[in-house]
Design a protein around this ligand. Structure first.
Ligand code: PMP
Length: 406
């Protein structure tokens, strides 16, 4: 393996600082990842030299912005191995992508008696939009049960599939448990009964190369900021034929062909779903993040991340008083746990005092917290720039937390 974590860390300026007098150990990558110098520089360069609105100006800067913006779309197409660049819709993140599908597809296609399936371990972003659309259409939202280990119960899922099921929306990786879901299997079973599928890829895209054609998902949503890119930019991939059949989610400039008070006609894909001035710098920043990731052999990244997470899991299993929440065998990026006799928030605050950044709480996944009967957890989440040394720092800091709290 030719992965040099120290060299990677050197690319991320923010990591090299002290927090509360201690070297920063950033383990909150599930919430957002840090940005490499190349991304920071690309955004700064864009605003310094090229800034202009896209698709409309009759001048050089606008041409440059448009070219960079559309070239970023092509980078995303390649990154996901989508067939057509118009299948790449810019959004502001995973949340907007899921809302777009739920409201655009769902409002026009769901009716009383229909069912939408999501799993019990979904992020609220993959529950609430469906719930809202089900309330409006009379369809029903059903939760696919999760096993004690934190896997989707495939047997129960198959039993739930019937003619009533019109849509299955599933997380690729759970942000609360770290479970990697067998999305390919879930998608093909859904397709067998004629249901459409969306994969919430927020926690997956940074970890390994996702191929939407291989998955055969109908939609795939993710956020740039969890992929070493900027906040406020994300992508919804959708199969062209489906997107063509869908009505716009939001109206405004750019998404139209002609407007009159009698009738408005819509623009072609992908612009039909991109009203208003887009996040141009964000798109350029995200494409730069993808290009940065592509400078590595993605298999080396996977091997390195698996090594760090495997080490963290081993240390967790040996750590007295630590209770892991979620024990799925196939997992990525996340260690969710509780320390007996302590509250997650207190643990998080005391870890921060030692320079260790984690997230505590319900991780926007209240139903799965309820499933485990816990108010929340401490979540350490890893990225490509984390190392075994960060895991050691976490457990050394936990020793001190225990001394203080217990
Ligand atoms: N789904 C999952 C699995 C997530 O982890 C997150 C972010 N925590 C989201 C959706 C929402 O992403 P965003 O806030 O970037 O829209």
């Amino acid at each position: 393996m030719s992965f040099d974590v120290e060299k990677v860390r050197a690319d991320f300026p923010i990591l090299h600082q002290e927090i509360n007098g201690k070297p920063l150990v950033y383990l909150d990558n599930g919430a957002t990842t840090q940005k490499p110098e190349a991304v920071i520089e690309a955004i700064s360069h864009y605003y310094r030299y090229d800034n202009s609105n896209v698709h409309r100006g009759a001048h050089t800067l606008s041409d440059r912005s448009t070219a960079a913006f559309e070239s970023a779309r092509e980078t995303v197409r390649q990154f996901l191995n989508a067939q057509f660049s118009e299948e790449v819709i810019w959004t502001k993140g995973t949340t907007e992508g899921i809302n777009l599908v739920a409201f655009s597809w769902g409002l026009s296609n769901l009716k009383p008696g229909d069912q939408v399936l999501v799993s019990e371990m979904e992020h609220h972003a993959n529950i609430v939009p469906w719930q809202m659309v089900c309330e409006k259409t009379g369809a029903q939202l059903q939760a696919i049960p999760v096993t004690e280990d934190g896997d989707v119960d495939l047997e129960k899922y198959r039993a739930m599939l019937s003619d009533a099921v019109k849509f299955v929306s599933i997380g690729h990786v759970s942000n609360a448990l770290g479970t990697v879901n067998p999305v390919r299997e879930i998608i093909s079973a859904a397709h067998e009964i004629g249901a459409l599928t969306l994969v919430d890829g927020a926690q997956a895209v940074a970890h390994w190369a996702v191929d939407v054609q291989e998955l055969d998902c109908d939609f795939y949503a993710f956020s740039g900021h969890k992929l070493y890119g900027p906040t406020g930019i994300g992508v919804l991939y959708g199969k062209r034929a489906l997107l063509n059949d869908m009505t716009p989610f939001m109206g405004g400039g750019e998404m139209i062909e002609t407007v009159s008070f009698a009738k408005t006609t819509y623009n072609k894909l992908p612009y039909k779903f991109e009203p208003g001035t887009p996040n141009i710098a964000g798109a350029i920043g995200l494409a730069t993040a993808m290009n940065y990731l592509n400078t590595f052999d993605r298999d080396d990244v996977v091997a390195h991340e698996n090594d760090v997470l495997g080490y963290a899991l081993k240390r967790a299993s040996e750590y007295e008083g630590l209770r892991l929440v979620g024990r799925a065998k196939h997992r990525a990026g996340v260690l969710s746990f509780l320390i007996d006799g302590t509250h997650p928030h207190d643990v998080g605050t005391l870890l921060d005092q030692q320079g260790v950044a984690v997230r505590t709480g319900n991780h926007c996944a209240m139903p799965i917290m309820e499933h485990y009967g816990v108010p929340g957890t401490v979540r350490a989440s890893f990225a490509m720039y984390n190392s075994r040394a960060d895991v050691d720092a976490l457990f050394a800091a936990l020793d001190k937390v225990k001394m203080f709290l217990l």
